[in-house]
Design a binder for this molecule. Structure first.
Ligand code: NAD
Ligand code: DAU
Length: 352
């Protein structure tokens, strides 16, 4: 088959990556989608059961830090484009162990850039799209929004590693003319998210009548976007964004953690047929995250005006779809939490 594009999607077995792979495989039958993933605790091939037999989908198990794994993937499939999502993604884990974040997020990204440069040379028509986070901009006070021009000010080991990877991507553009694009997105939620992040963790604990650990006073603010809308933003930026540019992605949807958890508790009282107020009693305020950023909020005007992207649903609709998915897919939750998940939590909360 003469593929129009042969896209290496790194981290395609993870939360956002699997939504992006599903979108690309279904919508672009003339693209070959090569899902390149190491399958860490956060990667799960079952996330892609519905597309695994499509002719335009291939899975390659590999490590972005390995020179030979990456080179082989580029050569075997004559990769024309990269959408790079593979990363260590959880802030709390980065506080416990920063080295792995440097290795995967920084060294892995540079290794991938290096391989793309070797494979493409000075040929036109390629794209290296790096998927990044709003956390690179640091933390906001009560006012203001992150814009693409906001100075980088990362404050956790995770955000420092992502900021560093963004700098390398830009450096490859300025130094070698690498055709790059960067997107910086706010907090995602939706199906297939590992239950260590706030929303799936709270859903999981509510189902099992376990304490809901809210860090500090729960006053920190996050700006939430449905993962399917993030995937559509990546698709839009990949196709229509300008080379060398960054685009912020977000849905103007700010919530304090405590308001969000209370909202979820109410929604799940109804879904689980529990007395109103039952789930809220599970809320437990625990020791704050070290260096906890107060507020993130994205200004996505550039993406909306230049590329006409908009989120497709409200937070209330997206959260209900998410809760319904987790309730209907308890087997998935059991599978992904069957390894050292409990040991991780026992360790995480031992000093809280
Ligand atoms: P995730 O943790 O769910 O998935 C990460 C995936 O990367 C997993 O499939 C894992 O197996 C794979 N991976 C990890 N190390 C690898 C390596 N060395 N080689 C190959 N594959 C490897 O992450 P996510 O939440 O889906 O985030 C995806 C990307 O989007 C990350 O780059 C993250 O920084 C960024 N991002 C996430 C959010 C969010 O809210 N989750 C928001 C903005 C940006
Ligand atoms: O902003 C984008 C970022 O959002 C992504 O780059 C990261 O990959 C992603 O993990 C996410 O980072 P956060 O740290 O904001 O997400 P998390 O779900 O871990 O936490 C959301 C908020 O909830 C944060 O203020 C910490 C708080 N929290 C989190 C957990 C896991 C709690 O209060 N209790 C918890 O148990």
């Amino acid at each position: 088959m003469d593929w129009k594009k042969k896209i290496l999607v790194t981290g395609g077995a993870g939360f956002i990556g699997s939504h992006l792979v599903r979108l690309l495989v279904n919508k672009y039958p003339d693209y070959l989608v090569v899902n390149f993933d190491k399958l860490t605790y956060a990667g799960n091939l079952n996330n892609l059961d519905d597309v695994k037999d499509h002719k335009n989908y291939v899975f390659v198990k590999g490590d972005i830090c390995s020179n030979s794994d990456v080179k082989e993937a580029f050569e075997s499939y004559d990769i024309s484009d990269v959408i790079h999502l593979a990363a260590e993604s959880h802030v709390d884990r980065s506080i416990e162990g920063p080295i792995e974040f440097v290795m995967t997020n920084v060294v892995g990204t540079v290794n991938l850039l290096h391989a793309a440069r070797n494979h493409w040379g000075k040929e036109d028509g390629h794209i290296f799209h790096h998927v990044s986070t709003d956390e690179v901009y640091g933390s906001l006070g009560a006012e203001g929004l992150f814009e693409e021009t906001t100075a980088y000010d990362p404050r956790s080991p995770y955000s420092a590693s992502k900021a560093s990877s963004d700098h390398f991507v830009n450096a490859f553009h300025h130094t070698y003319g690498m055709p790059i694009k960067i997107s910086n997105c706010s907090n995602n939620y939706g199906s297939h998210q590992f239950p260590e992040k706030l929303i799936p963790l709270m859903i999981h604990n509510i189902v099992h009548n376990k304490a809901l650990p809210v860090y500090g006073k729960g006053e920190n603010i996050r700006d939430w976007l449905w993962v399917v809308d993030h995937a559509s933003a990546i698709e839009t930026i990949f196709h229509e964004g300008r080379i060398g540019e960054s685009y912020n992605v977000g849905g103007l949807n700010e919530w304090t953690n405590i308001d969000l958890v209370r909202f979820l508790c109410k929604m799940m009282d109804e879904k689980l047929d529990r007395e109103p107020g039952t789930n809220e009693k599970l809320i437990s305020f625990v020791t704050d995250r070290a260096g906890h950023d107060l507020r993130y909020a994205i200004d996505a005007t550039k993406l909306e005006e230049e590329l006409k992207w908009r989120p497709s649903i409200t937070f209330e609709e997206g959260l209900e779809k998410t809760v319904d998915w987790y309730l209907a897919n308890q087997e998935w939750v059991e599978q992904v939490t069957s390894g050292d998940y409990q040991a991780y939590y026992d360790n995480m909360y031992s000093d809280r």
